[in-house]
Structure formats: structure tokens, C-alpha cells
Design a protein around this ligand. Structure first.
Ligand SMILES: [Zn+2]
Length: 337
């Protein structure tokens, strides 16, 4: 699920009857009273609450199974993102999540939420034996046809009994979509070979931009039913039997500058018209800054170009970056013991 999301036309009704919230991580029962983030019309028709037990942020009331199925219908994916934007993002995700594990042997990778297969294709070109899974049959068929990925349609639990063990399992923009994250991580754990590692990429609710932007934060949408912070992703992984958890954070290269931030744009929209134009012009002068700005200036257009750019950015690994205030969490964990 690593492509941008659309606000599709699926209308989802709220559950009228539920009054108690049972935490999907720690199981604590609570009556939700004070939302951390309030509902925002059709874009996000649910309040977000913090669990009093473990701190996990979750939507309430929750979607029913039928509503979730409708939410991930044919309208889910946006296919109009440019190819070079997809490759640039794939390079960034590869460098952050997979490059540190290239020394593994054998290199068996499961990419859960592989979408159109750009990260999977890049990994395959760099020597990984790759299997992909995605909820969208449409996306899976494109990953197979375009890049020759062994990709399967559906949810992980539908395939868990027929998949071989893997050395690395990548969950890119996946876990925040799932109604039962702990059970899902247990399935992931069962698929890891001895010494295997899970790599998780998910929005960071502790992000500085979330605190500044509040309800305008970029990662708030109806699909993100649970939102994690460094402490809660650790807790969730521990409950699923993982150990050796390392948490880091980074920002999607597209959103490194002020001009690109929807939180900033929402503030600018309040200014008088003439001033808006001046502020935009001022901000546009700072577009070339940021750790990954080279990826915005010269985007890869093909798989071969993307492969070459991985080498250019190889030193941009997150090792030794202590800040946990950026938009995305980059988490690794291993099987305990
Ligand atoms: Zn909880």
C-alpha cells in the first residue's frame, strides 16, 4: 500500500451502537471521551483516541468488516502518480529499509503491500529473491506483468500457510491500515527464517509536523485506522513476540520542504490573497533543501536509473540518527530469543 491514497466515493456509515472501545493492542476497555483528533467530514469520518492503557492512537467508532472491504474496493489506488515519483520513492524506501540487509544470504524478501511493485522490482534487480503481496488484484497483476514479480493478491493471512520462510519482510505503509495489528505481526513472525528481520514503515504520530499541523497533518486519512509512535510500535511488536526493536524516523523526500507541506498550505490559505502569493514565492526559494533534496531535483525514470541512484544515496542510511520527530517511523525487529 505504498502509493498515495485517494478520497474515493465509498461512503462509510458510522457504527451507531458501539459505546465502549476495546484497544486493538492491549485489550483495555474504555469509554472514549476526549478525542486526540476530531472527525473531519467525509475525508476522515472518525475521531482518533489514545488508549488509556498502552497509548496507541486508534479510530473510533470502528469500521465493520464489510465497511473495510468496501473501503478497499476498486477505487482504492491512485494510478496517476508519475513513474519518476514512484521510482524516487522506491529508491528512498530501498535505501532506508533494505540496503542495510543486502549482506544477508540467502536474500529472500517478502514485500507486503507491494502495490505496483517498484520497491520489489528494485530489490529483485539488486539480487533479492522477491515475493510480493497486495490487497489490490489490479496492482498485483501490474507488478507481475511490468516487473516479473512473484506477486499474490489478497491479505497476508490468506497466504500464510503457502509461503516459504523469508529473511526480510517489508511492511511499507501497511500496519496503520489493519484492524488487528498484533495478530498480523504474529503472522509475519511465523514467516521469518531464523535471524530474519521485519522492516516497518508507518506514519509517526509523534511527528513534529503532526504537532504543528494537528488535524491538517499529512498522514491523517480514513484509511489509517491505527497510528503509531515509537513507544506503541515497540509495545505492539513485543506483544507479537518480537525483540531487538530499533526505531528511527525520516521524512518522505517529497515533503521535506515547507512549500510542500499541507499543514503549511492550510495556514497560508487563511492569509489575504496578495500575501498568500508572496509567502508562496518566499517558500519556493527553499525547495532545494533537505537530506533527500537530490532525489527531487533529479528523479530516476527507469528501473536501471533507480538502481544506480541507490548507490548515490547509500550513505543516507538512518543509522545513528536519533531524532524520532519526523513523519515516518522506520522500524526493525527480530524474532525474540
Ligand atoms: Zn491499548
Amino acid at each position: 500500500m505504498s502509493v498515495a491514497l485517494t478520497t474515493n466515493r465509498v461512503e462509510v456509515e458510522r457504527h451507531a451502537g458501539d459505546s465502549m472501545m476495546e484497544c486493538v493492542n492491549c485489550g483495555a476497555q474504555q469509554s472514549p471521551r476526549h478525542p486526540v483528533i476530531r472527525a473531519n467530514g467525509a475525508a476522515r469520518p472518525f475521531d482518533l483516541y489514545r488508549c488509556g492503557g498502552c497509548g496507541l492512537i486508534q479510530q473510533f467508532p470502528r469500521y465493520s468488516a464489510g465497511e473495510l472491504a468496501a473501503l478497499y474496493g476498486a477505487a482504492y489506488y491512485v494510478f496517476d502518480e508519475s513513474e519518476e515519483d514512484r521510482w524516487a520513492r522506491a529508491v528512498q524506501q530501498y535505501v532506508i529499509h533494505l540496503l542495510p540487509h543486502e549482506t544477508k544470504s540467502p536474500k529472500r524478501l517478502l514485500d507486503v503491500g507491494c502495490a505496483l511493485g517498484h520497491v520489489a522490482a528494485l530489490a529483485q534487480r539488486r539480487g533479492w529473491r522477491v515475493t510480493g503481496i497486495d490487497i489490490s488484484a489490479n496492482a498485483v497483476s501490474r507488478a507481475t506483468v511490468d516487473f516479473g514479480i512473484d506477486a499474490r493478491a489478497g491479505a497476508l493471512h490468506q497466504h500464510v500457510n503457502t509461503l516459504p520462510p523469508f529473511d526480510v519482510i517489508l511492511l511499507g505503509d501497511v500496519i496503520e491500515h489493519l484492524p488487528q495489528p498484533v495478530a498480523f505481526l504474529q503472522s509475519v513472525r511465523s514467516l521469518l527464517a531464523p535471524g530474519g528481520v521485519v522492516c516497518i514503515d508507518t506514519p509517526n504520530f509523534a511527528s513534529r509536523w503532526r504537532k504543528i499541523g494537528r488535524s491538517n497533518w499529512i498522514a491523517l486519512n480514513r484509511y489509517h485506522i491505527n497510528l503509531f509512535e515509537p513507544e506503541t510500535i515497540r509495545d505492539c511488536l513485543a506483544r507479537a513476540g518480537f525483540g531487538n526493536v530499533a526505531v528511527r524516523s525520516y521524512t518522505n523526500h517529497r515533503y521535506e520542504t515547507w512549500a510542500s507541506r499541507p499543514e503549511v498550505q492550510a495556514l497560508i490559505a487563511w492569509l489575504p490573497g496578495g500575501l498568500q502569493w508572496r509567502v508562496q514565492k518566499l517558500l519556493s526559494r527553499y525547495n532545494g533543501f533537505g537530506r533527500w533534496s537530490g532525489l527531487r531535483r533529479v528523479k530516476p525514470h527507469t528501473l536501471d536509473e533507480a538502481r544506480a541512484r541507490v548507490t548515490d544515496f547509500a550513505h543516507y542510511r538512518l543509522d545513528g540518527i536519533p531524532k524520532l520527530t519526523r513523519d515516518n517511523l522506520a522500524v526493525t525487529a527480530r524474532v525474540h530469543g
